[in-house]
Design a protein around this ligand. Structure first.
Ligand code: SF4
Length: 480
């Protein structure tokens, strides 16, 4: 439990995230007085100066200050986190790699600085001096920003993307915060859901008539939790309604190895899916058991080999670092297994304890990796990625990530997940079908994004279906 007090300012979120960088996965409380027990952080703003103080069991043990120009609002806001950083980094002898950067898209920040006229070296310097980012991470942000730019350059006017969501999974993973319905209880809803989903895809195709769908992405949940007949029905609907001959990328996030069969792989191949994602998250059996996955490490290898045999030449694998009870050696083991399998791309996430997950409810009972250990795990994954001939091409961060780290997508040249970049950079209209899916309509001239949300619940989605279509159609008007 960490308490914090704000004096003369209201940057509550900055104080909390500043503390969170050093004390991840705690409960944080805004309060009025210094507590006799435990840790209290006090953040005080006076003219041109922000001071952070930490009290342990009521006794002050460290302080940090950051000055700012009183007319500079950005610097004023930055000073809140920077003062906490200056207090806690030397105290804990821990200098986090991203410094005080907690934003979701550091590569976007790098790109914006370049567009504003800064040179590459000035951009790196900006990260290092204003946010105490390490040179390695500043250069990572820059490298990813350049990779993303080369993909975004392929966008032509009128292009859009399609997202299709399947919110069903065999079981619910410990860390999951997505819209996901365990099939043992919800299998009866699947066919009715597909009725509406296919109708929504037809409607989207009609809304975007004559335009190119640059990417199509079927995600979830777990799309391969559909049986072969259901999966074929869905993919046939996409192929019948979207001109896939012009599409640059068609992905199905196959996801959990226990749901993928050779029959389903063949169906995907038949309808033009080129890119699939097989997501083991870890190659350690004890962790798979702990996080509620009902498959073995062998299952992952077998289905990966089957996909190669059927002819998939673009396979992504997702991993999570910092899973409960995992050590640095466990991560090294997972990466050795990845190296042996040699996927075309690999997305390495760091664990985020989300509000809606079972892990959030139970995290006091699990040992989660502390920030320094996580740094080591990330270093190992990045070394292995490079050894495997994979370079970073996209990156995003989430709140509540252990140690304030990043998720990085690595790939072989030419195997960049285009949809991943489009969704992250928000420079293209993405029309989304399914429960919990969000359409994002992009107006290039105004650089403005309008969102149309679908309801989350499957039953609600079926019942309020017409409303989803209306919302989408309304949002599309903001494109011009
Ligand atoms: S597979 Fe993904 S969506 Fe399904 S329960 Fe696990 S984390 Fe959630």
């Amino acid at each position: 439990m960490i308490y914090f007090i704000l004096k003369n300012h209201e940057y509550l979120n900055d104080v909390q995230t500043g503390i969170q960088i050093f004390y991840p996965n705690r409960h944080y409380y805004n309060c009025d007085e210094i507590k006799k027990d435990g840790i209290t952080v006090v953040s005080t703003m006076a003219e041109g100066k922000c001071t952070a103080e930490i009290f342990e069991n009521g006794i002050k043990t460290a302080e940090g200050t950051e000055n700012f120009d009183a007319d500079d609002k950005k610097a004023e806001k930055r000073s809140v986190r920077n003062s906490i950083y200056k207090m806690l980094a030397p105290k804990m002898k821990f200098y986090p790699e991203w410094g005080t950067i907690t934003g979701v898209r550091p590569a976007k920040t790098a790109g914006e600085l370049i567009s504003a006229g800064l040179s590459e070296e000035e951009t790196v310097k900006y990260f290092m001096e204003k946010h105490f980012t390490s040179e390695a991470k500043a250069r990572l942000a820059l490298e990813v920003s350049k990779a993303e730019e080369s993909i975004l350059a392929k966008n032509t006017d009128g292009d859009l993307s399609l997202y299709v969501g399947i919110p069903f999974c065999p079981t619910r993973c410990l860390y999951c915060s997505f819209t996901s319905y365990p099939l043992d209880r919800y299998s009866k809803l699947v066919d009715g859901y597909l009725d509406k989903l296919t109708e929504e895809i037809e409607y989207i195709a009609h809304l975007a008539e004559g335009r190119r769908f640059m990417t199509v992405y079927v995600g979830g949940g777990t799309p391969t939790s559909l049986d072969e007949i259901q999966l074929e029905r869905l993919l046939k609907c996409i192929a019948d309604n979207i001109d896939l001959s012009k599409t640059l990328e068609f992905t199905v996030e196959a996801g959990r190895p226990d749901t993928i069969t050779e029959g389903k792989l063949a169906v995907m191949k038949k309808y033009g899916v080129e890119r699939i994602s097989i997501n083991p998250q870890t190659m350690n059996q004890k962790t798979l058991d702990l996080i509620g996955r009902r498959h073995t490490v062998e299952d992952v290898k077998n289905i990966y080999c089957a996909a190669r045999k059927i002819g998939f030449r673009d396979i992504n694998m997702d991993l999570i670092l910092g899973l409960p009870e995992e050590t640095v050696e466990d991560v090294r083991h997972t990466m050795e297994e990845m190296k042996a399998l040699a996927p075309d791309s690999m997305t390495v996430h760091t664990l985020a304890v989300k509000r809606a997950s079972r892990l959030k409810e139970q995290f006091d009972s699990y040992t989660l990796a502390e920030a320094k250990i996580m740094e080591e795990m990330i270093e190992i994954s990045s070394e292995y990625a490079r050894k495997m001939g994979l370079a970073p091409y996209y990156m995003y961060r989430q709140k509540n990530m252990v140690g304030n780290f990043e998720n990085v997508g690595y790939c072989r040249k030419g195997c960049e997940g285009i949809y991943n970049i489009e969704i992250m950079e928000e420079r293209q209209t993405i029309l989304a079908a399914g429960a919990g899916a969000t359409s994002k309509v992009y107006n290039k001239e105004k650089n403005l994004l309008t969102r149309a949300f679908n309801v989350k619940g499957v039953e609600e989605y079926i019942a309020r279906f017409d409303e989803m279509l209306e919302r989408k159609s309304e949002a599309m008007k903001s494109e011009k």
